[in-house]
Design a protein around this ligand. Structure first.
Ligand code: PLP
Length: 428
């Protein structure tokens, strides 16, 4: 598409956008009586207006039914998670049996590693991306130590080449091939939180499996952002948080994926709890853990109805939008327009004040554009915020901007560029 750097052009794209009305389903934060241009959905998605009603319904159920609410009412709590599973599955390319809402992300990463990181002498290593989200680094290090290995020896990090910011798929595959027989687990992010790079998940999975390793993904920045085919790509396990691109609220419930091929594997370790027990027999309260043969078998504690209501309200918006494919079409154009606008800002300034480190190819990125501000980065970021554009800042010098297809517009992107130019010129 031939983009133009003017308001009328941006507005014409919005008029032609079949998803433009979805922004009215969300509540925007305000400053000085004006709504923010919100470009921070990669960190915390906006509140869907529908949330209040859904939460209220469950508060009423709690009030009116109390303990009977587990089996009575329109959506008995006992089976409420199944309504979510139906809507989570198409978002990540899985069957409903393969996904389950539970806990929070890092907790689930630990629970899944208990099952899927099975180090033995000679095959105990984990391959992951260098600079993974810190929580993932801490989780992996502590798992390695828990099994009696030294993280320095056991964790292999794939890093960008000197002078580059993102990983080359060939370098990831080479590391997997080279360490091959020693690798117990390949654990990657789907989309990197810092650069916004979307990794070639299918190629990574194939390479890991060819060497006999288990392959899992942390999809915190990928789920609800890019189209996923977890089942068809034959990924062993995955987990994600729902409060970023899936708008389920701060600390919202996490989702897990376990490929169906693992459901009946009795050799897998689990940290078990009563809610993972076979649903039909759970209340016999018998000795000896028998897991439900689905992702539900990884549940530990009783189902978290209140955080699930938030996630449910948001998933219904995705359903109304046609799940991920229509969003992805808009998302690609939105980020491409942001690339173009940043380029225009540099051109007018006459030097590269803003360097984008997110992959240029739209197939290698999601909805996030990470920008290095060459000079006065922190100051520029603070002025953006003061002037009602909310992105986020990552040390040492990166501004992350995420135009989210459900609630951002092309006008948002244009206005952000206009503001960046004024700030960089010192007008603001
Ligand atoms: C956001 C994020 C987390 C956060 O995990 P919580 O357990 O929900 O706090 C973990 N890992 C990655 C990759 C993330 O992007």
């Amino acid at each position: 598409m031939n983009f133009e750097n003017n308001l009328a052009f941006a507005q014409s794209l919005d008029q032609a956008d079949p998803l433009s009305s979805f922004r009215h389903d969300f509540l925007f934060p305000q400053q000085n009586g004006k709504p923010f241009i919100y470009l921070c959905g990669n960190s915390l998605g906006l509140q869907p207006k529908a949330v209040r009603k859904v939460v209220d319904e469950q508060l009423n159920n709690w009030h009116n039914l109390a303990v009977e609410g587990w089996f009575e009412g329109d959506n008995p709590w006992m089976f409420y998670h199944k309504e979510l599973k139906k809507l989570m599955a198409p978002l990540v390319g899985a069957s409903a049996k393969e996904v389950c809402p539970m806990n929070t992300l890092t907790v689930n990463l630990h629970l899944l590693m208990v099952s899927f990181y099975k180090p033995v002498k000679g095959r105990f290593k984990i391959i992951m991306e260098a600079g993974a989200f810190p929580s993932d680094q801490y989780a992996v290090e502590s798992q390695v130590r828990f099994h009696g290995y030294d993280p320095k020896e056991a964790i292999i990090e794939v890093a960008p080449r000197v002078g580059e910011y993102t990983l080359r798929t060939e370098d990831i595959l080479t590391q997997i091939n080279e360490h091959g027989d020693e690798v117990a687990l390949v654990l990657f992010g789907g989309v990197n939180y810092f650069t916004g790079q979307w990794f070639d998940m299918e190629a990574i999975t194939k390479a890991g499996h060819a060497k006999g390793a288990i392959v899992g993904f942390d999809l915190a920045h990928a789920a609800g952002n890019v189209p996923l085919k977890l089942h068809d790509w034959d990924i062993d396990f995955a987990c994600w948080c729902s409060y970023k691109y899936q708008n389920s609220g701060p600390g919202g419930i996490s989702g897990i994926f376990v490929h169906e091929k693992h459901f009946t594997d009795t050799t897998l370790n689990r940290f078990a709890g009563w809610w993972g027990y076979q649903e039909a027999q759970r209340f016999k309260m018998e000795k000896g853990f028998l897991p439900e043969a689905s992702a539900d078998g990884w549940q530990v504690s009783c189902t978290q109805v209140m955080p699930m209501t938030l996630y449910f309200a948001s998933l219904q918006i995705f359903e109304k939008a046609g799940f991920i494919e229509p969003l992805r079409v808009k998302s690609k154009t939105l980020t491409s327009y942001l690339f173009y606008i940043i380029d225009q800002v540099n051109m007018v300034l006459g030097f590269e004040q803003f360097e984008i480190i997110t992959p240029l190819s739209e197939n290698d990125r999601g909805a996030q554009v990470s920008i290095i501000a060459k000079q006065n980065g922190k100051e520029i970021f603070e002025k953006l915020t003061a002037n009602n554009v909310l992105g986020d800042w990552r040390e040492p010098n990166v501004i992350r901007l995420s135009p989210v297809p459900l609630y951002n517009s092309f006008e948002d992107v244009f206005r952000t560029g206009e503001l960046l130019l004024q700030i960089a010129k010192g007008i603001i």
